[in-house]
Design a protein around this ligand. Sequence first.
Ligand SMILES: NC(=O)C1=CN([C@@H]2O[C@H](COP(=O)(O)OP(=O)(O)OC[C@H]3O[C@@H](n4cnc5c(N)ncnc54)[C@H](OP(=O)(O)O)[C@@H]3O)[C@@H](O)[C@H]2O)C=CC1
Ligand SMILES: CC(=O)C(=O)O
Ligand SMILES: [Mg+2]
Length: 571
Amino acid sequence: MAPGANVKHTPASSSRRSASPSRGEYDTSNTVEARKLLRTYGLVPPNVESFEIQEKRCINQLRSKQTPIGRYLYLSQLRATNVHLFYRLLSKNIKELTPLIYTPTVGEACQRWSEIYAQPEGMYLSYSDKGHLFQILQNWPHEVEMTVVTDGSRILGLGDLGVNGMGIPVGKLSLYTACAGIRPDRCLPLTLDLGTSNEALRNDPMYMGSRRPKVSAEEEKEFLDELMAALTERWPGIVIQYEDFKNPFPSLERYQNTYSMFNDDIQGTGAVILAGFINAVKQSGVPAANQRAVFLGAGSAGVGVAKQIVEFFRKEGLTEDEARRCFWLVDSKGLVTDDRGDKLAEHKVYFSRPDNNGKQYKSLEEVIEYVKPTILMGLSTIGGAFTPKIIRRMADLNKRPVIFPLSNPSSKSECTFEEAVKYTKGRCLFASGSPFPPLEYEGKTLSPGQGNNVYVFPGIGLGAILSKAVNVSQGMIYASAEALSTALTPEERSEDWLYPDISRIREVSVVVTRGVIRAAQKDGLDRELALRNLSDADLEEYIRQRMYDPFKEGDKVEAEIKELAQHVSRL
Ligand SMILES: NC(=O)C1=CN([C@@H]2O[C@H](COP(=O)(O)OP(=O)(O)OC[C@H]3O[C@@H](n4cnc5c(N)ncnc54)[C@H](OP(=O)(O)O)[C@@H]3O)[C@@H](O)[C@H]2O)C=CC1
Ligand SMILES: CC(=O)C(=O)O
Ligand SMILES: [Mg+2]
């Protein structure tokens, strides 16, 4: 019998013991009255603390950890023991903390997951659970609005990490809460244990997933069919984000018109890079028709980004054929061409070149000499692939070369910000997937853009939730990019930034969410029809009001307790 087969159908109850985050019963900012009513009076030190004091203590403790993984573990423990304090800390220190809970540190955390594991933070569903997924989902004790699901088979650029990939849904959902205010207890990190192609993991006694090799594509499809139905039956309003699957195209194709779902690596990445690209094009002054883009990497992210930019070029007046002919994709075998002699994966065919006159170009250097690109994108997982020679050549060819090394984590970035600045003499328009520090160049401080889907997925998810969208359409994805591209302040624009300051991410996510809701309305996919009547300003205010605010949770708990106390006294 499958392990989940004897799970009893019981309605969700938040009073059941669970893997969900603590509500902060032991928060040292709770008032004396709240402590008495919560029956935690005497169980925490007597002083009622301000957030400033709590923050000071937490930041000191965090910074005293010697390694990024030490800081990651500190933050995981804080989220598990005092969820609202964790989010207060995160929202006040987003720039410092995001690289710890997300890329690059989450990459190392996933690689060392079996070693550092401390507590459950989400759900695991195994292939052997097939036939019982709905029953097992009953074990999750909360209502869910948003889930991020991975099978761990392509975690960042680090390969197949099996169930150790759980760090990714956990990290992405923490950002959903911090950036878009989706309540932490409405988020479900979900990892599918569908076997792993990583033999070292299968032979590692500490590995916490099943030892079976990766299931076949057909088996995966059947499992996902059951999963999608089970998730939506259990939580009818749920929005489902697919993340870090090795081959995510079939599931996107299969479910995008049936469920409220999207694929972050194809669509979220496409949207975020398009937004930065729109701003880069404005700054480079090169019109769409003269753009030539070389992409190192023709996987889910590479093709996703190229397709979004095609749509932009079409809006700029190019025909579809003219638009797609602006792209030269390079994979592990070289330039993707019609006559290369291998059978191309389906997702590469659209961008495959028919015009190479029988000549094949193997290395990136050869492709650059052949194409003379204005844009160089890296979504290849190959750290350092943009060599000094290649970067210098981009600078020879262009006044403002667009250079986006987008692979994660930092070790897989195709080049660093410093290299791009140095070898283009400060002229590049730059964005990377993982953060790099700003640097001084010829007396000026230059700041790198972070072209990472974190700028859009929180708003796509929140927009779909609030509008109650039946599907997440291409129009909604494109709208997230357009909204993001407009969300820079005049100061940010005057500094030539491609993306807004990440410290403003909550306000940026409101703008992205508004764009997504309007697109859902335009596509007739929304079910929250009252939102149609709101002006843009009122819609933004509505979004803000609906966002979880960790600074107000204490007041809410206190109000609930007071109401309860009054009720009891009336009895
Ligand atoms: N910045 C962001 O927001 C995001 C960044 N990413 C990053 O992008 C990277 C790629 O992700 P994804 O597209 O999903 O992964 P995939 O595995 O789908 O694609 C990787 C691509 O890189 C190609 N490649 C591998 N080795 C080489 C090489 N030596 N030379 C040239 N090309 C090579 C592969 O070639 P082949 O097809 O022949 O195997 C494939 O086309 C990851 O590092 C990921 O972290 C992803 C999503 C978002
Ligand atoms: C950022 C992201 O989604 C990735 O690197 O896969
Ligand atoms: Mg991803």
